[in-house]
Structures are given as structure tokens and as C-alpha cells.
Write a protein that binds this ligand. Structure first.
Ligand code: MN
Ligand code: MN
Length: 291
């Protein structure tokens, strides 16, 4: 069971994230600069009294996840594209993680439906005692019925205070082994569907970072530790205070002090859709915080 204050924080983070979801379709349009979308939506989270659990992810077409605009990004939304917008809000470290896919120029509508429908079915079936392998089976079956492939090496995840991936993964395919979901646990569930192979790989680009251990040996690291704790951050958030942020990040990444998250690309360059919500497992069902 969750403590009342913890529950309240999860709900507050969820309701802010839900509000931001409602803004996405209005702003993701052909020609819109990606950096503007990131900045506008991140500002809205702050304005609603939330904090950023991670940089706004805006991943286009065959990029499945982990793209955020670097400083001075010139990229724009293409005329025909599937755009995944992944939103992370936290209140006192308690996180809502939610994503939706916008079809620009009417491409990939069935692909969008496939991941949404998989998520919907999962939300209806989750309760105390459900097995993670069963959730994976639902996702896989639903996406395959649409004629697409689920992405097998991307997963949902247990959430904990200031921790996005708290050690348990919810698969997007049926697995032989697994674990049981328990009342009071908080999960992000995120089916990905693709026209490609169903596998993502690291690209050579990284724009999202994290400092796993709280080092404070330089003003730069101390600032990161204080502002973001162990949560992911973007260079974009640091350049006004630290004009050499990108160089510093590169240097600390080479020694392992900072961890870089490469943009994840579909192996066969298939286009990718994603749907994600955060939920609290209950005795006889679940409470979706981010809807
Ligand atoms: Mn997410
Ligand atoms: Mn997630």
C-alpha cells in the first residue's frame, strides 16, 4: 500500500502529465521546430508546478525513443511523420511517465492504433497478481493482430522515488519467465509497434544524460546532482548557466561519471509508434494516473 502523501504526489504528477498530453496535438505540426516543442511543453510542466522527470522526448519515425533537442537544434517536424512525444513529470520524486504518438500527414494511423489498443487492453487486465509475462503476451498478440511487430527490447518499468527504472521490466512480448505485479506498485506500461524488425539499436547520437552517482567535485557536477538528482537531463537545460556544458558532458561521459542515453533507432528503419501510461496496481484493477 502507498502512503497517503506518496499517493497524492503520484496523482498530482499524473494529472499534470495528462494536461500536457492534451497540448501535444496542438503543437506537433508539419514544420514546427522540435526544440520549440520541447521548450513549450517543458515550460508548461513547470508552470503547472511539476518538475521534469526527464527531458521531453520527441522521436520521429524510425527513432523509437530518447531523442530530445540538443542546444540550437534545427530539426523540424517533417510533412509526413510519426512523432512520439514522451512526457515525464515528477512531484517530490514521484513520477508520471506517459507518451503518445502523433500522425502528421495521416501516415501510420494503423500503427498508432496498434500501440494504443495494446495499452488499452493491458490497462483493463492489470491487477494484483497478474504476471508480467501475461502483460507481454497481451501486447504482442494485439500488435501482431494489426499486422505489425512489438519492439521486444523496449519495456515498461517499475517506478520509484527519483527512479525511472526501479528494477522490474514489463515486456512487450510473451516471455518464459517473469514476476507478479503487486498492489501498491507503480508501473509505466509502454507498447511500441513497428513496421520493422521489432528491435531497436543504439544510434551514434546521445542528447539525454544521467549522473548515476551523486558527485559534487566540480560546480558543474554539483549543479547536476542538486537539480536533477539521478534523473535524466538535457544539455539544453545547462547551456545558459554553463556555456561549455556540451564539452563538459562529453568529458564526464568519457570517464563514466555521466551516462549518455543514445537515441534508439529501429533496426530495419521501420517506423515506430508508442503509447504509454503510468498506473498504480490495485487489488482488483489499476488506477491510471496519467490519463
Ligand atoms: Mn516514457
Ligand atoms: Mn517509460
Amino acid at each position: 500500500m502507498l502512503d497517503a502523501n506518496v499517493l497524492e504526489s503520484y496523482r498530482m504528477a499524473g494529472s499534470i502529465a495528462a494536461k500536457i498530453r492534451g497540448e501535444v496535438e496542438k503543437i506537433v505540426k508539419e514544420g514546427a521546430p522540435l526544440i520549440k516543442i520541447c521548450e513549450v511543453l517543458e515550460k508548461k510542466i513547470i508552470k503547472e508546478n511539476g518538475k521534469l522527470a526527464f527531458p521531453l522526448n520527441i522521436s520521429v519515425n524510425d527513432a523509437a525513443a530518447h531523442y530530445t533537442s540538443p542546444p540550437h537544434d534545427k530539426s523540424t517536424v517533417p510533412p509526413r511523420a510519426l512523432v512520439k512525444v514522451d512526457i515525464g513529470v515528477h512531484v517530490g520524486g514521484f513520477i508520471a511517465d506517459t507518451a503518445l504518438t502523433v500522425s502528421v500527414g495521416k501516415v501510420g494511423l494503423e500503427l498508432v492504433k496498434a500501440s494504443e489498443s495494446a495499452l488499452e487492453k493491458v490497462l483493463k487486465s492489470i491487477k494484483h497478481g497478474v504476471k508480467s509475462s501475461h502483460v507481454g503476451e497481451i501486447v504482442e498478440k494485439t500488435i501482431k493482430e494489426f499486422g505489425f511487430k512489438p519492439i521486444s527490447n523496449l519495456t515498461g518499468h517499475l517506478l520509484d522515488k527519483y527512479t525511472l527504472h526501479a528494477g522490474k521490466s514489463i515486456p512487450n512480448v510473451k516471455t518464459r519467465i517473469g514476476f507478479t505485479l503487486k498492489e501498491g506498485e507503480v508501473y509505466a506500461i509502454e507498447p511500441f509497434a513497428t513496421t520493422g524488425a521489432g528491435i531497436v539499436e543504439d544510434s551514434k547520437y546521445s542528447y539525454i544524460y544521467r549522473m548515476p552517482s551523486q558527485k559534487t567535485s566540480t560546480p558543474f557536477l554539483s549543479h547536476i546532482a542538486h537539480e536533477f538528482k539521478t534523473l535524466p537531463f538535457a544539455a539544453r537545460w545547462l547551456v545558459s548557466k554553463f556555456p561549455k556544458a556540451q564539452e563538459l558532458i562529453k568529458r564526464f561521459a568519457s570517464t563514466g561519471t555521466i551516462q549518455a542515453y543514445p537515441v534508439l533507432i529501429e533496426k530495419e528503419r521501420g517506423i515506430v509508434s508508442q503509447a504509454e501510461h503510468t498506473l498504480i496496481v490495485k487489488k482488483n484493477g489499476c488506477e491510471v494516473t496519467s490519463a
